[in-house]
Design a protein around this ligand. Structure first.
Ligand code: SDX
Length: 428
């Protein structure tokens, strides 16, 4: 147990306990701060504020370390599979062969969705962004499984919802894409593995035979692993706080999808490709855009660069960058924006502005280049991020509920008008 933290205020000294986690991170426990001092803390964006104690993911931003339940992301990306990593994140341990087979079999047999989902899907115009369709269809599960709304459900009932989410999200994602391109939806094919089934639902057409390319399926599986969890990021914090009101897991995950959508978060992978395309269309002058990113009067940011926690290379970016080279070579794809990305990265990493602010490529900088090589359309990139992040969101929601955490309700410092009398309309 670390020594207490001392605060001196208004001539009085206060002590607060300091807790230390399993990786020697320490935090001041301020549960009694307001009661003893009348003070609250103020920390916009929660840059210095921990919301919970969690045993799921550890990351060290200074060292560029990322582990799921203690296992290094580099090992999991190389040796594991997305469903195995999902099991690890959600249940806390790597599955035995029997546990894995039972888990994947359950998921396979829940991939089909109620036919009425198609009626909801048909209500979306073809220009609907697939993230909005996805969050809507996930939330619609509350209508098809109303039992999920009960706050105190048994472990078995919660687990069934977890299986349904992991099983049906790829179907919803693929159907959102088919709605956008005006193609008939494809039903799941239970003979296929998780990623192959998704790719077939995404790209198969009734008029011709579709064979999944194992290179693409394997690359997708690795990408999903790399996105599977990332401790208390914006969308995960959203899932936890929505779940803390005892809202259903479907409503909580739907909220997480919407939080991920923003270009500062999961939407960055789409913005990176749009940025690279704009640089290419503008003559490929990376330095011009680097200067724009540094110009305080220019709202332009180097998308895919910087991170709230990583002040070193995002370990996922390293893995994805290598995978991009491998996949494009295997598929015989030559993508000019990859060259622009590498030039931009090299210039930024040697530029004092970026060095001073410890801005490095993050998970989104290269992922879009692989998704594009796999044939995934740009506005589906963030949907792919959501598919990957789903087990992390589920694990974090489950942990929050199992820990009996209180409803999330931050305080504020009020800076508005002081008390004043109402003035009738004719006297204003
Ligand atoms: C994800 O939290 C997670 O874990 C998220 C994620 C996950 O797996 O869940 O890792 C996924 O969201 C990755 C991040 C994807 N977003 C982007 O790539 C968008 C571009 N990046 C930035 O907008 C920014 O870096 C953030 C949002 C990622 C982090 O912002 P912070 O921590 O609030 O930092 P900041 O905005 O206060 O920036 C600090 C300084 C500022 O300059 P000064 O005011 O100090 O002079 O760095 C500058 C910023 O202007 N800066 C950038 C920049 N990012 C930060 N300048 C140019 N280009 C950038 N990309």
């Amino acid at each position: 147990m670390s020594e207490n933290a001392k605060l001196t205020y208004n001539g009085q000294e206060y002590e607060f306990p300091v807790i230390t986690g399993s990786e020697n991170e320490s935090a001041i426990d301020i549960a009694k701060l307001r009661g003893s001092t009348g003070l609250i803390t103020l920390d916009p964006g929660f840059k210095n504020t921990g919301s919970t104690s969690s045993a799921i993911t550890f990351l060290d931003g200074e060292e560029g370390i990322l582990r799921y339940r203690g296992y290094k992301i580099e090992d999991l990306a190389e040796k594991s599979s997305f469903l195995e990593v999902s099991y690890l994140l959600i249940y806390g341990e790597l599955p035995t062969q029997e546990q894995y087979e039972s888990f994947s079999k359950e998921i396979t047999h829940h991939t089909l969705v109620h036919e009425d989902i198609k009626k909801i899907l048909e209500g979306f115009p073809s220009n609907s962004h697939p993230m909005g369709v996805l969050s809507s269809l996930i939330c619609a599960l509350t209508a098809f499984y109303p039992d999920s709304l009960a706050p105190n459900r048994s472990e078995e009932e919660v687990n069934l919802s977890i299986i349904r989410l992991i099983a049906k999200m790829p179907t919803f994602a693929a159907w959102a894409y088919k709605n956008e391109v005006g193609h008939p939806v494809n039903y799941p094919d239970n003979r296929l593995d998780y990623c192959s089934n998704f790719l077939k639902m995404m790209f198969a057409l009734p008029a011709e035979k579709y064979d999944v390319d194992p290179v693409i399926a394997s690359a997708l599986d690795k990408l999903l692993i790399l996105h599977a969890d990332h401790e208390q990021n914006c969308s995960t914090s959203t899932v936890r706080i929505v779940g803390s009101s005892q809202a259903s897991i479907y409503a909580s995950i739907s909220a997480g999808i919407n939080a991920l959508w923003g270009p500062l978060h999961g939407g960055a992978n789409q913005s990176v490709i749009e940025m690279l395309e704009a640089i290419k269309a503008d003559g490929g002058d990376a330095k011009k855009y680097l200067d724009k990113a540094k110009d305080k009067n220019d709202p332009f940011r180097l998308m895919g660069f910087g991170h709230r926690v990583y002040k070193n290379f995002d370990p996922r970016a390293r893995i994805i960058k290598k995978a991009a080279d491998d996949v494009l070579e295997k598929l015989g794809v030559n993508d000019p924006v990859l060259d622009i990305a590498k030039e931009l990265e090299h210039s930024a990493l040697n530029d004092q502005y970026f060095i001073d602010r410890k801005l490095y490529p993050n998970v989104d900088f290269y992922s879009g280049i692989i998704y594009r090589a796999l044939g995934i359309p740009t506005d589906m990139f963030t949907v792919m991020f959501a598919l990957g992040r789903l087990p992390g969101w589920i694990a974090q929601w489950k942990e929050m509920r199992e820990n009996g955490e209180p409803i999330g309700r931050p305080r504020q410092v009020y800076v508005g008008a002081q008390e004043r009398e109402y003035v009738s309309m004719n006297r204003r």
